[in-house]
Design a protein around this ligand. Sequence first.
Ligand code: HEM
Length: 77
Amino acid sequence: MDWSKWIRQLHRWLSIIFTVTVIANFIAMALGEPPTWVVYSPLLPLFLLLFSGLYMFVLPHAARWRGEPARERAGPA
Ligand code: HEM
């Protein structure tokens, strides 16, 4: 599988996990004082989102630095 496609897929799934942990925080806070591990649970996915996101951000620039011609964004498949 293409490396950049794999990173994009990872970013997509991390965003879902991150969103779930944020929602879990709202629910836990509504029920009272949330446990520390719930409060900090969004940080790991957010951290990984940052790196996979920065990687995707740099991709088109990196291609230009390598002297590759500009191309359309890769679609599905
Ligand atoms: C933390 C720093 C983040 C950076 C630097 C970042 C960066 C990026 C970049 C560069 C793209 C590709 C855009 C393109 O198609 O050209 C992207 C896509 C995306 N990002 Fe992030 N992102 C971050 C965090 C997040 C968060 C917090 C969420 C949601 C909770 C998120 C959800 C998504 C989704 C759903 C896509 C589309 C992926 C796909 O193609 O299916 N990102 N992001």
